[in-house]
Design a protein around this ligand. Structure first.
Ligand code: DGY
Length: 319
């Protein structure tokens, strides 16, 4: 039996799979495990099942010991893992692509609707007890029909968001490292463009690229200024892709019309200026947060772990 350390609370279905074959030591605190507790928990582990709140680096891998074989992240994003440090020690790293695609695209589209139709503002107004009644010019938003969605990062989640946009009558352009499958591009009517063109012609820009050194502050003051003043920015990928201070300034000064954010630069902190602005919808990293999706993510992470411990290739490796 190998020792599997699970660094946060995960659905029971996934724990059962792990317990059927191995000894499992799972963190059960309501809050994320602290760095000190994590470093104290991992020595002797053959496998780590990690959440995106835990940083996996040389220090942690060292603390675990040379018997460690796999780090299975319960997330599609793995910017919390220094993959090179894993590879250098012969440790497999895995993520959970595919299973959270639709749930995350739902939240991206939810934020598009919240921002363009001012749903958060409307809800805050009612809850505040402010008197209101229907009026011709009351809380007017912006229609999606006939507008252009610009998808930055056209992987599975970007494509699923584009599919929703098509159903809402939007045109789709995308920026991506490579062309997508021509059949999917044709189905979506999606055209690949450079980021500059995407920013200039899109009415809604939705971010779906991974976070890393190449995408740090991909959207800053210059890129926001390149967008139309009536356009919206939505981020369900990773917070630091957007320069939050520049975004707050752009929203305050009307450089763009509005934004919707599920992720934040210094998560869970939110830039204080964003909290003061009406034209930004803010939700707390809910992209994958459905019972079905979180269960599927944790089960996939368990399958990756079990495969490596059996000496097989993981289902969804990142190294
Ligand atoms: C992921 O899997 O990377 C998501 O951000 C989790 O919600």
């Amino acid at each position: 039996m190998a020792k599997v350390v699970v660094t946060g609370r995960i659905p029971e279905a996934a724990l059962e799979k792990l317990r059927a074959e191995h000894e499992v030591d799972a963190w059960d605190g309501e809050q994320s495990i602290s760095r000190e507790e994590l470093l104290a928990k991992v020595p002797g582990a053959d496998a780590l099942v990690t959440l995106l709140t835990e940083r996996v680096d040389a220090e942690l891998l060292e603390a675990a010991g040379p018997q460690l074989k796999v780090v299975s992240n319960v997330a599609v994003g793995y910017d919390n893992i220094i993959v090179a440090d894993c590879t250098a020690r012969g440790v497999r790293a895995t993520n959970t692509p595919g299973v959270l695609t639709e749930a995350t695209a739902d939240i991206a589209f939810g934020l598009i609707l919240m921002a363009t139709r001012r749903l958060g503002e409307g809800e805050r107004l009612i809850r505040s007890g402010t008197p209101w009644k229907w009026g011709m010019f009351f809380l007017l938003g912006s229609s999606l029909q006939g507008k252009t969605l610009g998808v930055v990062g056209m992987g599975g989640i970007g494509q699923a968001t584009a599919r929703r946009a098509k159903a809402f009558g939007m045109e789709v352009v995308y920026q991506s490292r490579s062309e997508i499958d021509p059949a999917i591009a044709a189905e979506l009517g999606a055209r690949r463009v450079e980021l500059d063109e995407l920013l200039a012609i899109s009415d809604v820009v939705s971010l779906h690229c991974p976070y890393g050194p190449n995408t740090h502050h991909l959207i800053g003051a210059e890129q926001l200024a390149a967008m139309k003043p009536e356009a919206y920015l939505v981020n369900t990928a990773r917070g630091p892709i957007v320069d939050e201070a520049a975004l707050a300034q752009a929203l305050r000064e009307g450089v763009i019309a509005g934004a919707g954010l599920d992720v934040f630069e210094k998560e869970p902190a939110v830039h204080p200026e964003l909290l003061e602005l009406e034209n930004v919808a803010l939700v707390p990293h809910l992209g994958s947060s459905t019972v079905e999706t979180r269960t599927a993510m944790a089960v996939l992470a368990s399958e990756n772990t079990l495969a490596v411990l059996r000496g097989e290739d993981p289902v969804t490796p990142v190294n």
